[in-house]
Write a protein that binds this ligand. Structure first.
Ligand SMILES: [Zn+2]
Length: 190
């Protein structure tokens, strides 16, 4: 691993201003519109099984769209504690689902990633450093965007740093293309 041994990594924490929004046609608005998570679930009993959705609302007219979480699931499979969280619209749970892109994709939704802040120490390109990029929610953010923004470098400068191997990832991924993963470590060298 191209890491700088013996030094603690600098932590950059990605914080999102809101969950992703969903772009879909709104019948009432008569055009494509952004739908935002309402933070509320809908639980519906179908005989002995349950359907559970996260409710989204058109940001212009409040028309709803339901994102399927569970379809015809036996309640005992979910357990009492989880079911209770669905029933009382548990804020953390609603946020976890709203931040989970694979669920939206499974429901055929076109998603728009939210804006984000990078909380953490600025680093200088003058000295070797390892950076750990982390986030509570794993959205498919391009690592190159995060690095360029926080380092304050242009696309051309960034490309140059890559071709000179001054910026590398711990997994040797192509930093021009790859997305944030659970343990993204970046090494900057001179
Ligand atoms: Zn609408």
């Amino acid at each position: 691993m191209p890491l700088n041994e013996g030094s603690e990594p600098v932590i950059w924490d990605i914080q999102y201003g809101s969950p992703p929004t969903v772009l879909r046609h709104c019948k009432k608005c008569g055009r494509k519109s952004e739908y935002v998570s309402s933070g509320e679930f809908r639980v519906n009993a179908q005989q002995k099984n349950l359907d559970i959705w996260l409710i989204y609302k058109c940001s212009h007219c409040n028309t709803t769209w339901n994102s399927t979480i569970y379809s015809r699931v036996p309640p005992q499979r979910l357990g009492v504690a989880l079911l209770e969280r669905f029933h009382r619209n548990d804020e953390d749970l609603a946020m976890q689902y709203a931040m989970y892109i694979p669920l939206l994709q499974r429901n055929g939704a076109e998603t728009i990633l939210p804006d984000y802040q990078i909380i953490g120490e600025d680093v200088s390109l003058e000295k070797a450093v390892t950076i750990k990029i982390q986030s509570k929610y794993l959205l498919p953010l391009k690592i190159s965007s995060v690095l360029r923004r926080k380092l304050g470098v242009s696309q051309r400068e960034f490309d140059e740093l890559l071709s000179n191997s001054r910026i590398k990832s711990n997994t040797e991924q192509d930093l021009r293309k790859c997305k944030l993963s659970a343990d993204t470590l970046i090494a900057i060298s001179q």
